[in-house]
Each structure stands twice: as C-alpha cells, then as structure tokens.
Design a protein around this ligand. Structure first.
Ligand code: HEC
Ligand code: HEC
Length: 388
C-alpha cells in the first residue's frame, strides 16, 4: 500500500509538471509492479547475471557464458562490448544463400578447438553486430502489432522517401504470426522467443523452443561427441517450476526503461529540430502499449524514439534474416542513448553525429537537412540526443 501511495505521488507530480526528470540509474524494475512480479524480476535477474558451465549445457559452440556478459553496461540489462559474427554467401546473381544451420558463427567452443565453428572459404558476406540494451523491453513487447502496421508505408504513399516495413514473422513462443520488433532485423516479437533464441544461439543451451545445437562448419557427428548432454538442456527449476527461458522473460518484461537525462533549453530546442528535419518520421518519439489488465502495462506511453520498422538507410549488412532483406535494419530505439557507445548495428559509428552522417537512401533527406542546419541548431540536436 505504501508503495502504491508513492507511485500515486510520483504520477501526480508528473501530471503537474508534464515531465519526468529522473536521475535514477538504469537497471531497476518497472514502476507499479506488484510484490509477486518484483520477486519474478529478482529471480530472473539472478539467472540473467549468472555464469554457466558445460555442466549446465554451455556450448559446444557459444559466444559468452552468460546473458549479462553482453548486456551489462551501464547496468545488468544494458549493452556490451562483445561483437557477434554472421556470415553467408551471395551467388553470381546476387542471391543470398545461408550456410546450412544459419548465419551465426560462434566465437568459442567447448571443448576448445574441437567443435570450433569455422567460416567457410566460400563466405563472401561477413557481418558484425553489437548487442542492444534491454531496458524497457517489456513495454516494447506490449506495443500492439496494429500500431506498427499502422506506421508502415512500403509503397511510400506519402512520398516522403521513407518506406518503413513491418516485420511479419512467425513467433515460436505462441506459434502465431506476429510483427517482429526485437533484434537488429526485428526478427522476434516476444521476449520468450528472443531469450530462448539467445540461450541456444549465444550460449549453446538448447531449450523447449530451440531444441538443436548449432555450430556452423562442424560435422554433426563431431558435434554429438562434443556435447553428450541430452537436449533440451534448459530444465524446469524444481522449486519455482520456471525454466531458464521463463526467468529471462520475466526479468526483461519487468525491466524499467532508461530514465531520461536532464533536459535543458538546448535539448528542448533540439527535440523540435529533430522533428522538423524528419528524424521523428522513423525515430517516433512515443508509442503506446495495448490495453492490459495489468496496470503496469495498460496503455502506457513508451518514449522509445523508434517505429520498430525495417528501413534501408544504406547501412545494411547483406544478411537476410526472418522478414528482413540484406539492406534492411530495424530503427533502433534512441532512449538511453547517453549510456551507449558505439553506434549502428555493427558498432562502426563512434559518436551519434557519425551515425547520423551514415544515414542514406530512405534517410538521405534527413541527413541532408541535418548537414544544412546552422551550427547552433545542430548543436541543439546533439544536446537533445545526449539528454536521451
Ligand atoms: C555474445 C553476446 C550476447 C549474449 C551472451 C547475449 N546477447 Fe542478447 N544480444 C546480443 C546481440 C549482438 C544482440 C543483437 C542481435 C541481433 O539483432 O542480431 C542482442 C539482442 C538481444 C535482445 C533484443 C533486444 C531488442 O530490443 O531488440 C534480447 C531480448 C536479448 N538480446 C536477450 C538476451 C538474453 C535473454 C540472453 C541470455 C540468454 C542474451 N541476450 C545473451 C548479444 C548477446
Ligand atoms: C528512414 C528512417 C530513419 C530516419 C529518417 C532517421 N533514422 Fe536514424 N536510424 C535509422 C536506422 C534504420 C538506424 C540503424 C542503422 C544501423 O544500425 O545500421 C538508425 C540509427 C540512428 C542512430 C544510432 C543509434 C544506435 O543505437 O546505434 C542515431 C543516433 C540516429 N539514427 C539518429 C537520427 C537522426 C538525428 C535523424 C535525423 C537527422 C535520423 N536518425 C533519421 C532510421 C532512420
């Protein structure tokens, strides 16, 4: 009850000032969750932060021994410094042909060397991807598919040069068609599916949704010898009844969005410039969650600065994945930008300004208008990005 009163006080302050200028560090639980949900968040955080071993099913091919190895800056759930490798092949006609087993090539193996994934010499597409911070992921999951469908404009009917496309995917968690929103290619729609995919793909821990090990370029017989554990390796905890993938889901679902930084006059002006020059056409300031019986998710504003659609802004990695073509990348959310570095899916931009300068094709007009800005306005735009 005390907690509820505190929340009501905060809400009335927000209502009075129209602004939240929280200085809390990121990584905490979503405001307004129940004690039971907080307990789930805590259990999930524990699993997400733990380091797994071969006995837990780690490997044979893997990228890191725990989720938080790649999602720990500036707090557990954030981004990381490890870069993943994807590869494939393009034939003479330019068609993308993945190798059998997919496009992800693992960095490490257990036992070392024997089952190490190898990029075949025929590979002529090699891409790198940095991780994505997960703060606020539960709110993103709760945005209805219809909102994303309403934003797409694949034929460019309004002739603004921008053609967003909703990622029509099959969600393995619910076995239903959905609109993807997670991952650089918007390849997953739900946190259960993404976490299960990550558990198998990043850590080699097979689970109910992804039951087979992958190690590209490793012969299946050898793979069996490297990994005697029977699949799925992710089992239910006898005490809580939860699988590892359930715990990742609840941790991410109840993880709060990053708090907005201080907003000064320059940042306020910068936000206007951001809208005026068309950045907000893709980096949509606010979406809203669907109606929900859970008050923490009921029609909540989600100030993420993304349309969660696929666009070709000339930075594509040539990898075709789920609904995305080689050229397309999902608009990244810009909330929490001040905590991150580097930028773009491959980490190739050291600063926000360098990332903006790389915008082309669908975003060429936005970039031109950014470059044409008088210096004070350009500075204001960058101050706004630093306040996110
Ligand atoms: C080796 C580094 C690494 C590990 C370990 C890792 N991740 Fe990630 N994570 C990434 C990268 C890279 C991406 C972007 C992947 C992409 O789109 O191809 C990502 C993206 C995500 C996303 C999508 C976020 C969004 O908003 O789009 C979720 C959810 C996620 N990871 C959850 C997990 C969970 C749960 C675990 C542990 C089971 C985990 N990750 C382990 C590197 C990692
Ligand atoms: C046509 C849609 C579109 C428009 C218009 C657009 N962006 Fe982007 N933006 C994207 C996409 C897609 C990416 C990711 C590209 C990648 O990672 O390869 C991106 C990435 C970024 C990033 C890096 C974020 C990160 O997490 O790596 C910043 C900063 C950014 N945009 C700012 C802007 C600004 C400022 C403008 C206006 C001048 C703008 N964008 C206009 C689609 C757009």
């Amino acid at each position: 009850m005390l907690r509820l009163t505190r929340i009501l006080v905060i809400l009335s302050v927000v209502a009075a000032t129209g602004q939240v200028a929280s200085v809390d560090p990121p990584g905490g639980p979503l405001e307004g969750i129940t004690a039971g949900e907080f307990e789930l968040f805590r259990l999930g955080l524990e699993d997400f932060s733990s380091v797994e071993t071969a006995e837990d099913g780690l490997g044979p091919a893997f990228n890191a021994a725990g989720c938080s190895a790649c999602h720990n800056i500036p707090a557990v759930g954030g981004f990381g410094t490890i870069t993943e490798v994807r590869a494939g092949r393009r034939d003479e006609e330019g068609r993308f042909i993945p190798f059998e087993g997919g496009t992800l090539f693992h960095l490490f193996s257990l036992p070392p060397h024997t089952c190490q994934a190898r990029i075949p010499p025929e590979a002529n597409v090699i891409a790198r991807r940095i991780s994505i911070p997960l703060f606020g992921a539960g709110l993103v999951e709760a945005i209805p598919d219809e909102s994303l469908l309403a934003l797409e404009d694949p034929e460019d009917r309004n002739q603004d040069g921008i053609r967003g496309r909703a990622a029509r995917i099959h969600d393995v968690a619910t076995d239903r068609p959905r609109i993807g929103r997670f991952g650089w290619k918007a390849q997953q729609a739900t946190l259960l599916a993404f976490g299960a995919d990550a558990y198998r793909n990043e850590m080699g821990i097979t689970n109910d949704l992804f039951r087979e090990e992958v190690a590209l370029g490793v012969d299946p017989e050898k793979l069996r010898l490297c990994d005697p554990a029977s699949d799925p390796e992710d089992l239910r905890d006898p005490v809580t009844g939860l699988r590892g993938i359930d715990k990742f889901e609840v941790f991410l679902k109840f993880l709060a969005p990053p708090p907005r930084g201080p907003i000064d006059a320059a940042a306020r002006r910068g936000e206007q410039v951001f809208a005026e020059i068309g950045c907000a056409s893709c980096h949509i300031p606010e979406l809203r969650t669907a109606p929900s019986s859970n008050p923490a998710f009921d029609r909540k504003p989600v100030r993420l600065f993304s349309d969660l659609l696929l666009h070709d802004i000339g930075t594509g990695d040539e990898i075709e994945q789920a609904a995305a073509s080689g050229e397309e990348i999902r608009t990244p959310a810009l909330w929490g930008l001040r905590f991150r570095r580097p930028f773009l899916h491959d980490g190739s931009a050291p600063t926000p300004e360098a990332a903006i300068r790389r915008h082309d094709r669908e975003a060429a007009r936005g970039r031109e208008r950014f470059l044409a800005l008088p210096v004070p306005e350009r500075e204001a735009l960058l101050a706004f990005l630093r306040s996110l």
